[in-house]
Design a protein around this ligand. Structure first.
Ligand code: FE2
Ligand code: FE2
Length: 226
């Protein structure tokens, strides 16, 4: 286990060019909102540790990108979504990884992983490391953890528990009319079909099924049927 709660093994234990990046990244999450905080990064890195070896990923690249993938998040939050945290994070990461002994290809790959990890982003993940990071990051948005995060986020922006009287498509994100259910219907429900790796698809299927059951029950309880 490293200092940041991520289990270590194999190649990543030997090379560790990413060593120290966890501490640097952690500092950049001071005051972050709970739905996208340092703990999210730790969960994503734990999934990367689990998925990376099965997918043949360069664990040095994957863990470096995992630790740094959301360091631009506070800029997106401050701009209420007008800044792309993936682009911003990649800009910031270039300088951070410079002294860490990565090869030129590894550095380019790390920045690509960060740039391409965003669900709504323009860049698609091309390398296996970027695909694993994308999948790990999205897996943290679904299942039991994903539901909990959706409601944390709704709470952070002062949104309500549920709003059955407006059209979901008409409800803007980052507004008081946003809800955890809206996030599920417009985003989370699609994540299972956006996975890039076999491991990601398998884990997403299980988390998706749990989420479907939860929201079915949620609507029934909200309507007073159970
Ligand atoms: Fe992100
Ligand atoms: Fe993330």
């Amino acid at each position: 286990m490293d200092a940041f709660g991520v289990k270590m093994a194999g190649a990543a234990q030997q090379n560790r060019a990413w060593k120290g990046l966890g501490a640097t990244a952690k500092r950049l999450f001071m005051g972050a909102r709970s739905s996208h905080d340092w703990e999210h990064t730790q969960r994503v890195c734990r999934l990367c540790r689990r998925m990376g070896p099965a997918e043949g990923a360069d664990m040095d690249v994957l863990l470096a990108a995992g630790y740094l993938h959301d360091i631009g998040r506070c800029f997106e939050d401050a701009a209420n979504g007008d800044v792309c945290h993936a682009e911003k994070g990649a800009q910031m990461a270039g300088e951070i990884i410079a002294p860490h002994g990565f090869s030129k290809d590894q550095k380019e790959n790390i920045l690509h992983c960060i740039r391409a990890h965003r669900f709504r982003g323009k860049a698609a993940p091309k390398t296996i490391e970027a695909k694993v990071l994308f999948d790990a990051d999205k897996l943290d948005a679904i299942g039991a953890v994903g539901i909990a995060r959706a409601y944390l986020f709704a709470g952070e922006i002062g949104a309500r528990l549920h709003n059955p009287f407006v059209k979901i498509e008409a409800m803007p994100p980052y507004s008081v009319n946003d809800t955890g259910f809206r996030e599920y219907k417009v985003k989370l429900i699609k994540i299972r079909d956006r996975m890039h790796t076999d491991t990601g698809r398998r884990l997403a299927e299980d988390r998706h099924r749990f989420m479907e059951g939860f929201f079915q029950r949620f609507l029934e309880e909200h309507a007073g049927k159970r």
